[in-house]
Design a protein around this ligand. Structure first.
Ligand SMILES: [Zn+2]
Length: 350
């Protein structure tokens, strides 16, 4: 299979996707972008009640189907409380630590759609005033938003229309360096969404028939655990989540290969499917790493937990410093895109 993905184009698409705020629970804008991208490519899509997007590509065999998913929702926060000095306490959306957002710029969206900017700071930030600036806990009590507005008390903040429950999105900080590295807070999982969109476009252009009817789900509730656990067609046998590979001490994954997950916090992924994925890499000269992600779960494991009788797998680009200042390399995107493509045309497990 001589497919050479245009990885630079995929990187540009990641840049566009990460630039649209989409904390879990407030993903409509990015889903509208994805919907338009597909429509412009001549691809029909539908939505479920949760707002997630589906594309069905009919294949030669309709009795056994595949599903692939990637998620557009990202980490974020919500206004928890307006403090007496007009600063905003926040409640986190998704699994991460407060230290990962200290100093980050952010945008607050009011319920009537107005937006305001701010900075996420420790209450005790100024070293000229606070002796414990370096040692005070980075937690819900001390971390707050300083609004870029002349506010002194909760009444001033209320006049702006800002209230408890407003969504807070984090600056995506997206940057492409020398056409090689891409950095952004939200590569998880917009890197994989861009890969699936690029491949859908290619399938549409080539008009080549897939061996099995294949359903693509762009999910929007993964970071809170139930993105891809519904609307799975009854004929689905294989379910592949395309999400990030986790890097760190003791991990095999890196920023230059596709990561194939053998097991994560939810347990082992389907052994037969994992072996098929490895074989596809060997057969197609795709650089890969098999790995275990200790504190992780995916839309595929969420589907299993929801009771679907499926063969589940998880692959993705290696993302450094996940759920914080994420980075990956073009090579990782390249090998991931090639593996997904090879998978789409491969025989099923059994
Ligand atoms: Zn993810």
């Amino acid at each position: 299979m001589g497919f050479e993905p245009n990885t630079l184009e995929t990187m540009q698409l990641i840049k566009e996707l990460t630039s649209i705020p989409s904390p879990t629970g407030n993903t409509e804008a990015v889903l509208a972008f994805v919907e338009k991208y597909l429509k412009d490519a001549g691809i029909e899509s539908t939505r479920n009640n949760k707002g997630a997007l589906f594309v069905r590509i009919p294949g030669k065999d309709d009795s056994k189907q595949r599903m692939l998913t990637a998620h557009v929702d990202t980490l974020g926060a919500m206004v928890k409380q307006v403090k007496s000095d007009g600063r905003l306490a926040i409640n986190l959306i998704g699994g991460y630590r407060f230290n990962a957002i200290e100093g980050e710029y952010c945008t607050i969206e009011t319920s009537d759609g107005k937006t305001y900017t701010g900075t996420i700071l420790m209450h005790q930030t100024s070293v000229h005033v606070y002796q414990d600036a370096g040692t005070a806990p980075r937690d819900a009590k001390n971390i707050e938003i300083r609004l870029d507005a002349k506010v002194f008390n909760p009444e001033d903040v209320a006049k702006l229309g800002i209230a408890v429950g407003d969504f807070v999105s984090l600056d995506p900080r997206v940057e492409i360096i020398d056409d090689a590295f891409i950095k952004s807070r939200h590569l998880d999982d917009k890197a994989s969404v861009a890969i699936l969109l690029s491949l859908l476009k290619k399938l549409q252009q080539d008009g080549e028939q897939l061996p099995y009817t294949t359903n693509f789900l762009i999910s929007n509730n993964e970071e809170i655990g139930y993105g891809g656990n519904s609307n799975i067609p009854a004929e689905t046998v294989e379910y592949l989540a395309v999400d990030m590979g986790a890097l760190g001490d003791g991990q095999t994954s890196d920023e230059y290969t596709v990561s194939i997950c053998a097991k994560d916090g939810s347990g082992p992924y389907h052994y037969g499917l994992r072996k098929n994925l490895v074989q596809l890499c060997v057969d197609n000269d795709i650089d890969y790493k098999v790995d275990i992600y200790p504190f992780y779960s995916s839309d595929a494991s969420a589907a299993i937990k929801a009771g679907f009788d499926i063969v589940h797998g998880l692959i993705g680009p290696g993302i450094d410093a996940s759920h914080a200042y994420e980075r990956t390399h073009r090579d990782s995107l390249y090998h991931t895109e090639r593996l997904v493509y090879a998978y789409l045309f491969s025989e099923m497990v059994k």
